[in-house]
Structure formats: structure tokens, C-alpha cells
Design a protein around this ligand. Structure first.
Ligand SMILES: NC(=O)c1ccc[n+]([C@@H]2O[C@H](COP(=O)([O-])OP(=O)(O)OC[C@H]3O[C@@H](n4cnc5c(N)ncnc54)[C@H](OP(=O)(O)O)[C@@H]3O)[C@@H](O)[C@H]2O)c1
Length: 299
């Protein structure tokens, strides 16, 4: 297949490119820095510097849409919120316009979202039928999904990847957590009762491939392992995997004062379950957090 990937240079995109190249697909990655694409994604991968370069005579059989400014790195000023919105919602609207205008339309669009779609729901177990939350991150995901779903009106199969924090030995959540935890400075966040869904990169990539190839797959998918944990459990499990103590607590008030609204990403959570993946008989390689961490930290 000819596949267009936005955000293909990112943490998930790079692993996905590797897996798709191994299946023999021809890849094009949209990047603001097209020269970096062959370096990050593979020498054989083509680059598009902007969606305006997608001419109607270019053929893509599938589109995977992962682009987005990092959500946790910087303070959520009005300007930052606009950048988070534009890099996901506005970009997806433009992408869908290009899909609709293409002479040869892709059969499938796999488009990004996050378990943050559900907002802060305490202990409620969330499958794909649950409603969207009301906070900024939830409304961002909802608008991102709504923009992607417009492609259904031109006959494209659309899957929405409600992604849990992806555990990888190459950055992301673990990349941020490992330095303090390795020094024995790991800390529970607030009361530690907030749920943390997670997924091992290997399962994430395998699930994306499944959704790409399964003609019956459509709509939202919780891209999360079946055993989410609380923050306290995550903290203890990571510390144990590193043979370090985790005796500290980062007080909620301190996080709120230093991070503002963005602290909700750390102090609130979702207990998301992969209902539709389970129904599709997907067999997770990693269902248990300790096993996933042992695998990643051993590499
Ligand atoms: N990793 C996770 O745990 C996780 C969890 C939930 C949801 N997600 C979502 O899944 C997607 C992929 O995640 P990731 O961890 O691979 O992200 P990442 O490493 O931050 O990569 C995102 C990619 O998006 C592109 N991008 C960033 N800002 C952009 C902008 N202003 N305009 C256009 N493109 C821009 C970048 O490509 P160029 O620099 O090449 O342009 C970058 O490689 C993201 O949208 C993220 O929100 C990830």
C-alpha cells in the first residue's frame, strides 16, 4: 500500500514506519522538516513538506494522522492552546479536504486522539461508548475526532485512536519519568488515586496494523492495555522495576501552582478499557504493567 503518515517523525510514528516498511508498504511522511524524514523514518521514506504539496493525482491507499504539538511540555497559555488546536484540529480539517479532493481516495484514515477524550471520570471504567469530557484536553480530542470523521462522508473508513500514554524506551512518558526515578526521587502525584491507562509500544503498533488491515474496523478504539493502574500503583511498580525507593509525594497544590490548568494531565485520569480491541480478539503482548516495564527497561 501507499501510506501517508502525518507526525511520522514522532515517538509513535518512527516505530510505526519501521513496522510498515517491514510489511513492504511505500511510505510518505508529512513533516515541517522534510529533510529529517529519511533520517528519522528510514531512507526509503518520501517526505511532504506541507499538505499543499499533496496533488490530486498523488495516490495514497491509507492515511495515518498522528501530528500534534506536544501537550504537556509547555504552559497552556491562550497562544499554546491555539497551537495545540491548530496542529491537530485545523491540520486534520485540511487533511480531510485533501482526501476528499483526491482522484484516488484512500480506503482508510486512522486518526489520532487520546484517552483524555473522556475527561476526569474517577473510578468509572470507560469503554468506547462513554461520552467526551468537558475540559480543554477532552474538547481538543473531541474536535480532532469530529474533524477526522468528516472523511466518512466521502466513503473513507475512519478509525479514531484514543491513545493511552504509550510506554517506550525511546522517550514519551517513561522518558520523562525515568531520570528522577533512577535517582530514587520518584514521587506519587497528589493522592495517587487517579487512574493511569497505559500501553506498550509493541501492542500500540500491532493494534494500528490490525486497524489498518481489518475492513470491518471503524469508529473509536481505546488504544490501552486491559489493566490500567492508579498513579500510586504506577509509581510503586516503576520504582520496583528500577530497584529504587519512591518515598516522595508531589503535592497537588504544588503541581497546580507550577503547572496551572496543565496539571490536570497529571492529577486526573481515565480508567480506559480496550473494549473494541478485546471484542476483535486482539491478544495483548503486555497486559500487566510490571511485565511491560521489565521488557522496556531490560532493553
Ligand atoms: N505518545 C503518547 O503517549 C500519546 C498519548 C496520547 C496521544 N498521543 C497523540 O498521538 C500523536 C503522536 O504521539 P507521539 O508521542 O508520537 O508525538 P510526538 O513524538 O510529539 O510527535 C508528534 C509529531 O507531530 C508533528 N508536529 C508537532 N507539532 C506540529 C505542528 N505544529 N504542525 C504539524 N505537525 C506537528 C511533529 O512532526 P514534524 O516535527 O516532523 O513536523 C512530530 O513528529 C500525538 O498527536 C499525540 O498527541 C500520544
Amino acid at each position: 500500500m501507499q501510506i501517508l503518515i502525518t507526525g511520522g517523525t514522532g515517538l509513535i510514528g518512527r516505530q510505526l514506519c519501521k513496522a510498515l516498511l517491514a510489511e513492504g508498504h511505500e511510505l510518505t511522511v508529512l513533516s515541517r522538516n522534510p529533510a529529517s524524514v529519511p533520517v528519522k523514518c528510514g531512507a526509503a521514506v518520501h517526505a511532504l513538506g506541507s499538505l499543499a504539496e499533496w496533488r490530486p493525482d498523488m495516490t495514497f491507499d491509507a492515511v495515518i494522522n498522528l501530528a500534534g504539538e506536544p501537550i504537556i511540555d509547555k504552559s497552556w497559555t491562550a497562544q499554546r492552546k491555539q497551537a495545540l488546536w491548530a496542529s491537530r484540529v485545523t491540520l486534520t480539517e485540511e487533511l480531510v479536504r485533501r482526501i476528499a479532493a483526491a482522484n484516488h481516495k484512500p480506503t482508510v484514515l486512522l486518526s489520532g486522539s487520546a484517552v483524555g477524550y473522556y475527561g476526569n471520570r474517577g473510578d468509572v471504567m470507560l469503554d468506547e461508548a462513554a461520552d467526551a469530557g468537558k475540559d480543554f484536553a477532552a474538547q481538543l480530542c473531541k474536535a480532532w475526532e469530529d474533524a477526522a470523521r468528516v472523511a466518512e462522508s466521502v466513503g473513507v473508513r475512519v478509525c479514531l485512536l484514543r491513545t493511552a500514554p504509550v510506554l517506550s524506551n525511546d522517550g514519551g512518558l517513561l522518558g520523562r519519568m525515568l531520570p528522577p526515578f533512577r535517582l530514587g526521587l520518584g514521587a506519587r502525584l497528589g493522592d495517587g488515586k487517579q487512574w493511569m491507562s497505559w500501553v506498550h509500544m509493541q501492542d500500540y503498533v500491532a493494534m494500528v496494523l490490525r486497524l489498518l488491515h481489518d475492513p470491518d474496523a471503524a469508529g473509536p478504539y481505546n488504544m490501552a492495555a486491559p489493566q490500567p493502574v492508579t498513579n500510586a500503583e504506577f509509581t510503586a511498580t516503576l520504582a520496583a522495576a528500577l530497584h529504587r525507593p519512591a518515598l516522595f509525594v508531589a503535592p497537588a497544590l504544588l503541581l497546580e501552582l507550577s503547572m496551572g490548568e496543565r496539571a490536570s494531565l497529571l492529577l486526573e485520569g481515565q480508567r480506559a478499557l480496550p473494549g473494541k480491541m478485546a471484542a476483535a480478539q486482539y491478544r495483548f503482548a503486555f497486559t500487566n504493567l510490571a511485565d511491560a516495564l521489565r521488557d522496556l527497561l531490560g532493553k
